[in-house]
Design a protein around this ligand. Structure first.
Ligand code: ADP
Ligand code: MG
Length: 610
């Protein structure tokens, strides 16, 4: 039998590769824009005709190519971005397969003009169907201009399958958005058939989002910013009330590359769960910075899908960061009732009744809350520290904040009648689970368990950091017997536990003697149960790599917090509320539960008028 295997000519091999790299005009746009980014350009122009079917041109002011490199760039596996296999794992540049230009040149007419800043003249290269037609010296600006004409001219089957201009243009616009969003510090423009569709001067991310999606987005963004040991997360999420009916405008970038990740999207979705209806979708622009060696970009041929080494951690971090931002945002409109413009409106339509007498009187007496509230300044400071996320000395979130109606009621005739309006703001416990307070914007509902967990967590963290703890001595030291696995773990926790106020002695043989415990722990739960839960929680948290102090504070807060079902005296309720709002982040408990919710008056009124 004669040998029948032959090596394919390069032109055919390139056409086959092109099938993978170039599906449609948008794929060419993506490759060319990425090359321009890799060339460290400050300004990039995209100019297309007929949705890219007739021509696609990208002009950059990047580093350009030498005469030889210009020719080499079109050879298969020609790249300046990888020198060894190790580079594959540390790669930060965009394209890295050295295939794009070779593939594009196999199925289109390509003209490339390039000049390096140090050279006086540039060169122009014309390629058709993988073969160089001409190369000549030309006058040109530093940088590169590449024009791709008549895409698929020699592959009629592919050309026939291109969709309408509108559809192909949409695909191109999507690619352009992704790249422009990821690089706000670069100036971009985009022309289609002579019309400028986008003109995006260099700026910050917010300006870029607004430049692409429209001015009304400026009002709809909540910043996200979180650094953890393995990933830094930044960007913006859309406000819950701006959620959309479709999944449009959900962007995730990893190391400045747009990627698709069901995993990360799911994490964001979950973080939004409580604040948007199930049939609505949040929009977001999230940027993850992660060591390239911890991800695998090569799982998908066009590199939009990646795999994280520590998927679960990334998932958790994304979820927590988004929740955190949502939490900080929700605090502002809910508690900032002194500036609620809707307030005057709804109180005047409020039905008559004891509960809203003051509000109604206030508006009838022309009371405007602006500037008259004694706690307003304090509130703003607290709010500032909440949004900046660091509150070195937690500001007391004084009860005045919630009894503004009392202050205002000095204007009210009710007080003149001798009725003390303070009863209106007495807390009330609902089903031994929630603490209710009347506040100006409506009804404040506090989840006692989550709130107490938050209070204890901040207390313990503070104690661990300052070393100043308060301990309650046990009258009769108690012995706690643990199973060997728990005892071993508990042993490693003793130092830190001492730091929060536990006095525990390791007695050997898995037994420990308790001489004292930290102040503040819930007295209706036995200390044995608390310690048992503490160890379980601590061991569970180990996977989150929180750091020992953080873990101890979180685990102990969870196990020592008062549970739902515990009856509270009025004084205890007030104390809890005060302490909750003295926290630097009162919105949620460290285990992620919402601590409070405000049922707004207008929402209630709506329910009665519908
Ligand atoms: P890759 O980007 O994977 O290296 P390409 O086929 O896209 O492969 O490009 C091949 C090479 O051509 C690049 O490595 C780069 O050196 C050079 N190149 C392509 N486009 C540009 C550009 N706009 N400016 C400077 N160099 C470029
Ligand atoms: Mg490339």
């Amino acid at each position: 039998m004669p040998d029948i295997i032959q090596l394919l000519p390069d032109s055919i091999a390139n056409q086959i590769a092109a099938g993978e790299v170039v599906q449609r005009p948008a794929s060419v746009v993506k490759e060319l824009l990425e090359n321009a980014l890799d060339a460290k350009s400050a300004s990039i122009r995209l100019i297309i005709k007929d949705a890219g079917k007739t021509s696609i041109q990208v002009i950059d002011d990047g580093k350009g190519m030498s005469e030889t490199d210009e020719r080499k760039a079109f050879e298969r596996h020609a790249t300046s971005k990888i020198r060894s296999a190790d580079d594959l794992f540390a790669i930060r540049t965009m394209g890295f397969r050295g295939e794009a230009l070779a593939s594009i040149a196999a199925i289109a007419h390509v003209e490339l003009v390039t000049r390096q800043a140090a050279d006086e003249l540039g060169t122009k290269l014309i390629i058709e169907g993988s073969s160089v037609n001409r190369q000549e010296k030309v006058q040109t600006m530093p940088g590169t201009s590449i024009t791709v004409k008549n895409l698929f001219y020699n592959v009629p089957a592919r050309r026939k399958f291109l969709k309408s201009d509108a559809v192909e243009l949409k695909h191109i616009t999507d690619e352009f958005h992704r790249i422009a969003l990821a690089n706000p510090e670069i100036h971009f423009s985009f022309h289609h058939n002579g019309n400028e569709l986008y003109h995006l001067p260099k700026g910050n991310l917010k300006q870029r989002i607004v430049g692409i999606l429209g001015k009304n987005y400026a009002e709809k963004l909540i910043p996200v910013q979180e650094n953890t040991d393995i990933v830094a997360i930044s960007g913006f999420i859309g406000k819950p009330d701006a959620a959309k009916k479709s999944q449009a405008d959900q962007y995730i970038f990893v190391n400045q590359r747009f990627i698709k990740s069901h995993y990360v999207s799911h994490a964001v979705r979950t973080a939004f769960e409580e604040v948007i209806a199930p049939d609505l979708f949040p929009f977001y622009f999230l940027f993850l910075e992660i060591d390239p060696s911890r991800i695998d970009i090569n799982v998908h041929p066009t590199k939009t899908e990646i795999k994280f080494e520590e998927e679960r951690l990334v998932y958790n971090y994304v979820k927590v960061s988004v929740k955190h931002s949502l939490g900080q945002y929700s605090l502002s409109p809910m508690l900032d009732f002194t500036q609620d413009p809707a307030f005057g409106k709804f109180v005047s339509t409020a039905p008559h009744g004891v509960g809203n007498t003051h509000s109604r009187q206030e508006s009838e007496f022309g009371y405007t809350s602006k500037g008259t509230s004694p706690s307003r300044d304090g509130w703003q400071e607290v709010y500032q520290s909440l949004v900046s996320g660091n509150s070195p000395t937690p500001m007391p979130f004084s009860r005045e904040l919630f009894s503004l109606e009392n202050e205002a009621s000095s204007l009210s005739p009710l007080e003149e009648t001798g009725v003390n309006p303070s009863y209106l703001t007495q807390p009330f416990q609902l089903h031994h689970t929630f603490v209710l307070h009347q506040v100006k914007s409506g009804l404040l509902v506090i989840d006692q368990q989550a709130a107490h967990e938050r209070v204890l967590y901040e207390q313990y963290l503070d104690t661990l950091q300052t070393g100043e703890y308060a301990s309650q001595k046990e009258l009769f030291p108690r012995t706690i017997q643990l199973d060997p696995a728990k005892a071993a773990l508990f042993h490693t926790m003793l130092d830190q536990l001492h730091g929060v106020g536990f006095e525990i002695e390791d007695f050997g043989h898995n037994a420990f003697v308790l001489h004292g415990s930290p102040a503040g722990i819930d007295e209706s739960t036995s200390i044995e149960t608390i310690i048992d839960q503490l160890i379980d929680q601590y061991s569970y948290n180990l996977e989150l790599h929180l750091g020992v102090q953080e873990n101890i504070a979180r685990s102990l807060a969870l196990s020592a917090s008062m549970k739902r079902g515990r009856k509270l005296e009025k004084e205890e309720m007030r104390h809890l509320t005060d302490r909750l709002f003295a926290c630097s982040l009162p919105y949620k408990s460290p285990s992620g539960r919402k601590c409070f919710y405000i049922l707004e008056l207008d929402e209630l009124i709506r329910r009665f008028t519908q």
